[in-house]
Design a protein around this ligand. Structure first.
Ligand code: MN
Length: 410
């Protein structure tokens, strides 16, 4: 039995916790929870060393993420080492550790996060709730699942004030049971409840409908943040995340470059730019510095060894490059003619005018004068003709341009 002093202490603690959650909800801010270092690193071939994780964590902190899903301590010593290296170094984001609803996982998280202030560390508990997970994976009935969840949350609350609970495979869980899991989890002390679309099967419309069902059937949701986590198996992870934001989700979990299991997770940089360009629609603020995005994408690609597709929004090498004559002409007159946002907005270097078969006179003349070569009309016309006669796919760099120019002069 807790004495009156302990009861008062826990009452004060809960009052503060509820006030912080109310504040976050009322502010309308979309909080970014990054899972590049956990779900992202989990993808085959993306393994990171602890010092590389620390380097990415520093870049994520500088970009302004609210929390970092820093690893799964019970699963690997390397995850523990990475988290230990962040203690006292990564100060602004909350560091969370992934745990099954198993006491020994929570103990491992406690050891890994030891030394971080109590308001900057948390556990992220997960337990499968869908019929498939209950019968095939866990062999537990609904009552046993609820019991497992609430026991783990109560156990975690001995050492943690920040406790997230996610029903794994939520999007394939019966809605009434899913809402029951949330109600019980929040009553047991969860401060965040997650909605993971673990195998990436939802559409934006079904996402919004799911979130609304949760809001309508979980009366104690005012005591917890709602976090969402989408996978990209249908190419809809970002669209689903935006639908959930529109419907009132508080926290979005995403990864840089969208790396993650199978088709990956929702790309943080894409969500941020959609929110940034459509403030009128979402009416939600966020604390990510967009000028940090492209360098962050490149850092993650370099350290994970997972290359960015050249067409990938924000970080891809074609995003601010063009070869087409009409686009080059327009961009030279005003960059906004053929861009949704300028390179500097996402911290990218300038527009690249690639010279090739599709390029026109304006771009050739521009490049010639940029490298200090004469660009009178006859020469430009002759060089454009030479470029158009090159084998398909040829990219004319400055050295080749110089060579073509010299050929004319002699
Ligand atoms: Mn996931």
């Amino acid at each position: 039995m807790a004495g009156p002093l302990q009861q008062l202490h826990s009452h004060i603690r809960n009052t503060i916790r509820d006030a912080v959650i109310r504040h976050h909800k009322r502010s309308g801010v979309v909080l970014f929870s990054d899972t590049t270092l956990r779900d992202g690193e989990q993808m085959p071939g993306a393994t990171l060393e602890p010092h590389e994780k620390l380097q990415i964590a520093k870049a994520l902190e500088a970009a302004g993420v609210h929390s970092l899903d820093a690893g799964f301590p019970a699963s690997s010593e390397s995850d523990v080492a990475a988290i230990r290296s962040m203690i006292g170094v990564i100060r602004k984001p909350v560091l969370t550790a992934l745990c099954r609803t198993v006491n020994s996982d929570i103990d491992a998280a406690q050891r890994a996060l030891d030394g971080n202030p109590v308001h900057k560390k948390g556990v992220s508990l997960f337990c499968g709730t869908s019929p498939l997970h209950r019968t095939e994976k866990l062999q537990k009935n609904k009552t046993e699942i609820i019991r497992t969840i609430t026991d783990a949350i109560q156990y975690a609350s001995n050492n943690f004030r920040i406790i997230a609970f996610s029903p794994e495979d939520a999007s394939r869980t019966e809605r009434d049971f899913l809402c029951e899991c949330y109600r019980e989890a929040i009553d047991a002390g969860a401060t965040t409840v997650g909605f993971p679309d673990t195998v990436g099967v939802l559409t934006p419309e079904k996402t919004a409908d799911f979130i609304k069902t949760i809001q309508d059937n979980v009366p104690n949701l005012n005591k917890a943040l709602l976090a969402v986590h989408f996978h990209n198996d249908l190419g809809l992870a970002v669209a689903n995340t935006l639908a959930a934001i529109q419907q009132g989700a508080n926290v979005v979990q995403s990864t840089v470059n969208g790396i993650g299991e199978r088709a990956g997770n929702a790309s943080m940089e894409e969500i941020v730019m959609a929110l940034s360009l459509h403030g009128d629609q979402y009416k939600r603020s966020f604390r990510i510095d967009t000028t940090k995005l492209a360098p962050l994408c490149h850092l993650v690609a370099e350290l994970t060894g997972v290359a960015i597709s050249r067409m990938k929004p924000i970080g891809g090498q074609n995003i601010f490059a063009t070869e087409a004559g009409i686009h080059q002409d327009g961009l030279l007159k005003n960059p906004d003619t053929y861009l949704p946002f300028r390179p500097e907005v996402v911290g990218s270097s300038g527009i690249q005018f690639v010279l090739g078969r599709h390029s026109g006179r304006k771009a050739v003349a521009h490049r010639l004068s940029a490298i200090g070569l004469s660009s009178d009309e006859d020469r430009v016309n002759a060089i454009v003709a030479l470029i158009k006669s090159q084998p398909k796919g040829t990219v004319v760099d400055d050295a080749m341009l110089k060579h073509l120019h010299e050929g004319l002069s002699s």
